[in-house]
Ligand binder design. Structure first.
Ligand SMILES: C[S@@+](CC[C@H](N)C(=O)[O-])C[C@H]1O[C@@H](n2cnc3c(N)ncnc32)[C@H](O)[C@@H]1O
Length: 287
């Protein structure tokens, strides 16, 4: 194990670590060795954590990818920041997805919506499904796998739309009934377009200021307009899943054109998530 500390701090840290392992009943291997490297940079703490994770999970340190989420200013969270292209295939509930470990802050699959995706799959048989702010199309893959008769997947980014199509192909689900559309969701919802949907997934980012859209998007400010726009696209009996990861989000029901709003947050948080506020989620129907 490599520990980045200098002088006395390192010895203390070593002691604390051994004590921690004992307390947690982590077996200390006979050849357990701690190397102390003298690093002063704040990043060194992350290095230490990465090495601890590598040890605890018995994964080689070179296979740990480190990302740091910092407050984003004037730049989109979904922009590329590297070009290494280290992608792998993962499985979730029997479906396959490409995740990219190096090039973006996020990998391409948000794990907190596993149960919500599963709900969509369970309900999708014969349904028309609309996936807004679709990112890499994981909700679309679940809907198609559940037998959706048609899906429309909308995102501003061609990169993510292509990624979504690749995810569909990987699962043998691609076809002309599954359309991928590059559009600004706000503008798209304002257009008078034919076609209604039985299931709509609306999972916008907290904030978006892409140069490809006319306006800035704030989910807190804009959610009534977005939800009301989706309600206009809902077929009779249709269901809208609205979700946000914005911790301070406050739903404004008085500004919505329906009273049928059910908070399903707790039913959509995976059991292995420590934080019950990783997202909020509502099931909304017309009327
Ligand atoms: C937080 S992700 C959404 C997560 C996604 N719903 C999922 O299930 O994985 C945000 C996505 O919204 C897209 N986006 C941001 N602003 C947009 C806009 N105005 N219209 C369409 N897509 C937008 C981004 O390109 C990105 O793919």
């Amino acid at each position: 194990m490599v520990i980045g500390r200098s002088g006395e701090g390192a010895a203390k840290l070593k002691q604390n670590l051994l004590r921690y392992m004992k307390r947690k009943d982590i077996k200390v291997p006979e050849d357990f060795k701690i190397d102390i490297v003298d690093v002063q940079e704040p990043e060194s703490n992350a290095m230490i954590v990465a090495h601890m994770i590598a040890e605890a999970l018995e994964v080689p340190a070179a296979r740990i990818f480190f990302k740091e989420r910092k407050p984003q200013r004037g730049r989109e969270q979904y922009e590329k920041f590297d070009e290494q292209g280290r992608s792998i295939l993962v499985q979730e509930n029997g479906l396959r997805f490409v995740v990219n470990l190096t090039d973006y802050l996020d990998t391409g699959l948000f794990l907190d919506h596993r149960p919500t995706r599963e709900k969509v799959r369970e309900q999708a048989e014969g349904k028309r499904v609309l996936n807004l702010f679709a990112y890499t199309g994981s909700f679309t893959v679940y809907a198609a796998a559940g037998g959706a008769s048609a899906t429309t997947t909308i995102d501003l980014s061609n990169t993510y739309l292509e990624w979504g199509q690749r995810n569909m192909e990987l699962n043998g689900l691609a076809g002309p009934q599954h359309e991928f559309v590059r559009a600004d969701v706000k503008a798209w919802l304002e257009q008078a377009v034919d076609g209604l949907y039985d299931i709509v997934v609306l999972d916008p980012p907290t904030f978006s200021n892409s140069k490809r859209m006319e306006d800035v998007l704030y989910t807190q400010r804009d959610h009534p307009e977005l939800i009301n726009g989706c309600l206009r696209r809902l077929a009779p009996g249709g269901q809208l899943y609205f979700s946000t990861n914005f911790r301070k989000f406050q739903l404004e029901p008085e500004r919505l054109n329906t009273k049928n709003i059910r908070d399903i947050t707790s039913a959509t948080i995976p059991k292995d998530f420590r934080n019950p506020k990783i997202h909020y989620c509502w099931l909304i129907t017309g009327g």
